[in-house]
Write a protein that binds this ligand. Structure first.
Ligand code: CAA
Length: 381
């Protein structure tokens, strides 16, 4: 497989890097502290086309490929992983659903605004009793004339507060497991749809997460995505792409940890020498670099397979499992290299350690990625 980037991909990578360094890195500690992402940052990402990257231009997207998307995701997350997840959810979980499963009416009404970044989207699958066991959901939708009536509770919804529209998964036929799940487009402001409090989180504090409540909420039947019963397959196939995005977010955090570690290892002196001249520190830097590079190759492989319309579920799971472990390890080692300073907020490395952890949890835990990989290899895929 050829991993050379095209001129356009290199330019895009440079643009995303410069944008991250100039507009996201300054203020990242404050945003993390306050737990907010000002609209200004989202607007700038939208203007660069970063909110609908893989959507064709006719639907207001940037018309780029998955490789470009992972390059941009890495750079954005390297500067601010909260901005990274906002971007990832809108691109790979929301816009992509409209592109792959929506009809032209739904694309015209919703995708055009979402791909431009005029609107922000959220994807809501999990519930209090169903995280990894995603099809075990209780939220249900009953057909009533030209509407579906939704009842239930969803949780851990990224962009849940700031989004304008949410993709909701609900049971339309009980007792038949995942085959009874359907997907709906739900606009904010519908009667019976309310939003829970903003969750106080360990990391990615600049992105909002909340519960969503449906109490006799009428959703027009035209907002059903695909057919009744398609919902679980829609969720799973979409999450394969999402997992490449989260792997790239993890890679951005790991690369930031490595960058900061190299910088500090050269500058910090102990025993009369830069700490980077000691074998113990060199070993940490070398291992970080190996794992960062391996993560990048796994991610590029999955993205290239996606671009070539070949199966990539196993490769996406491998990329996410490995890159998220790399982010957790590299950020922890980065704090260790900084020592006492690393533990202090103002050095900006303890945030990396807090941000890294979620990449092993959302869009399928590492254990679920391993299950996906093991099932695939046992089936000879
Ligand atoms: N790709 C495509 N199809 C898949 C798939 C995948 N990765 N995984 C499962 N499927 C399909 C199966 O082929 C099957 O469909 P068919 O009958 O048509 O073949 C159907 O889905 C059911 O699959 P299983 O029988 O394997 O279902 P299961 O219940 O045993 O296991 C699971 C499924 C893999 C554990 C799944 O529940 C899963 O991935 N869980 C993790 C959920 C998750 O990732 N949640 C993330 C929440 S969203 C989020 O985090 C967003 C955010 O905020 C950032």
């Amino acid at each position: 497989m050829n991993f050379d980037l095209t001129e356009e991909q290199e330019l895009l990578q440079k643009t995303a890097r410069e944008f991250g360094e100039e507009h996201l890195a300054p203020g990242v500690i404050e945003r993390d502290d306050k737990g907010e992402m000002p609209k200004e940052q989202i607007k700038m990402m939208a203007e660069l086309g970063f909110l609908g990257m893989m959507i064709p231009e006719e639907w207001n997207g940037a018309g780029m490929d998955a490789v470009s998307y992972v390059l941009a995701m890495e750079e954005i997350s390297r500067a601010d992983a909260s901005a990274g997840v906002i971007m990832s959810v809108n691109n790979s979980l929301v816009c992509q659903i409209f592109m792959d499963w929506g009809n032209d009416f739904q694309r015209e009404k919703y995708l055009k605004k979402l791909a431009l970044g005029e609107w922000l989207g959220a994807f809501s699958l999990s519930e209090p009793q169903s995280g990894s066991d995603a099809s075990n959901m209780r939220t249900h939708a009953e057909k009533d004339g030209d509407d579906y009536v939704l009842n239930g509770t969803k949780n851990w919804v990224t962009n849940g507060i700031s989004s304008d529209v949410v993709i909701i998964f609900a049971v339309t036929t009980k007792g038949i497991g995942y085959k009874g799940v359907s997907a709906f487009i739900v606009e904010k402001g519908l009667p019976g749809f309310s939003i829970g409090k903003k969750e106080d989180k360990l990391g990615i504090r600049g992105s909002d997460t909340c519960e969503l409540y449906f109490d006799e909420c009428k959703v027009p039947a035209e907002n059903l995505i695909g057919k009744e019963g398609d919902g679980f397959r829609i969720a799973m196939k979409t999450l394969n792409g999402g997992r490449i995005g989260i792997a790239s977010q993890a890679l951005g955090i790991a690369q930031a940890s490595l960058d900061k570690s190299i910088e500090y290892a050269k500058e910090r002196k102990q025993f009369g020498k830069p700490i980077g001249s000691f074998g113990a520190i060199q070993s940490k830097l070398a291992n970080m670099a190996i794992n960062v590079e391996a993560s990048r190759l796994l991610i590029l492989k999955a993205a290239k397979l996606k671009d070539e319309h070949k199966p990539y579920a196993k490769e996406a799971a491998m990329a996410k499992q490995f890159a998220s472990q790399t982010a957790v390890d590299a950020s922890r080692e980065c704090v260790q290299i900084y020592g006492g300073y690393g533990y202090m907020q103002e050095y900006g490395v303890e945030r990396l350690m807090r941000d890294a952890k979620i990449t092993q949890i959302y869009e399928g835990t590492s254990e679920i990625q391993e299950l996906v990989i093991a099932r695939a290899i046992m089936e000879g895929k």
